[in-house]
Design a protein around this ligand. Structure first.
Ligand code: FBP
Length: 251
């Protein structure tokens, strides 16, 4: 079956709005009175013309009518963990591909912590997800974050390229990376991903103008775009910022 990447990108580029931080970090760390409401963030995704919004299944289900009405493409994140979890990083599967599809997802996401002692468990969950999603024509986005015992003492930008390559090797359509190092290191990571497309994460909130500069760097690396969360929905002017980001991605 043909993988329908066109539903979550435009002219080979994309910007996604990530909103799974409520699970990953908790409300105290990332949210204020406005952005604690999923509908506030969905509205940013719509007005900011994002190519997809990333929700865990609970939000995708409880706010399903509004998501459908918004017409923002839904990407359901299939695994996750809280910030309270201790031990070797492991992000357990919480939703199946068919559940995500029933909720209206046009793509699914999954996190793998390469270097973790539990890496092979995540690889094995991913392998089943990838097969099932591709059978249904759904693209698979994999967040690959090097973490855990295996990465101690290793160079972070080399690990970024490794993460990118793993994305290609395991059959991901899009790999999401945390950026490390200068533009050349980011270019090398994009090259390492071959025909798997690369998006970079946004990271902790920085000044809006600084973030615009960061997005320029991301696009100069050859990446297809970004999957940003906090930098947009924590901004005082999220729509204005989204417009600026759009201007860079599709310049
Ligand atoms: P941000 O743009 O807010 O950094 O979001 C990107 C993201 O990958 C989210 O999807 C996820 O919740 C978060 O970062 C995980 O961050 P970390 O594991 O580094 O705490």
């Amino acid at each position: 079956m043909k993988i329908r990447l066109s539903k979550i990108m435009k002219k080979g580029k994309a910007m996604y709005l990530a909103y799974d931080q409520g699970l990953e970090h908790g409300p105290e760390m990332d949210f204020n009175d406005k952005n604690i409401d999923p509908l506030y963030v969905l509205d940013i995704a719509k007005r900011g013309k994002f190519n997809g919004i990333v929700f865990q299944k609970g939000i995708a289900e409880k706010y399903n009518n509004e998501i459908k009405k918004s017409k923002v493409p839904l990407i359901v994140k299939l695994n996750g963990k809280t910030s309270l979890y201790k031990g070797e990083p492991y992000s357990r599967q919480l939703c199946t591909v068919s559940e995500a599809k029933k909720l209206g997802a046009v793509a699914v996401g999954y996190t793998i912590y390469i270097g973790s002692e539990k890496e092979s468990k995540m690889m094995s969950e991913f392998e089943k997800i990838e097969r099932e999603a591709h059978k249904m024509g759904l693209p698979v986005i994999v967040w690959i974050y090097p973490r855990g015992a295996g990465i101690e003492g290793k160079d972070k930008s080399e690990l970024m390229a490794y993460a990118a390559r793993v994305g290609l090797e395991i059959g991901a359509d899009i790999v999401k990376l945390h950026p490390y190092g200068d533009l050349n290191k980011m270019k090398w990571a994009v090259k390492s991903a071959g025909r798997t497309k690369v998006i970079f994460a946004g990271g902790e909130k920085m000044d809006d103008n600084k973030f615009v500069g960061y997005v320029k760097n991301v696009m100069n690396s050859g990446a297809m775009g970004i999957a940003v969360g906090r930098n947009v929905w924590q901004s005082e002017k999220p729509i204005e910022l989204s417009e600026k980001i759009r201007g860079i991605i599709w310049k």
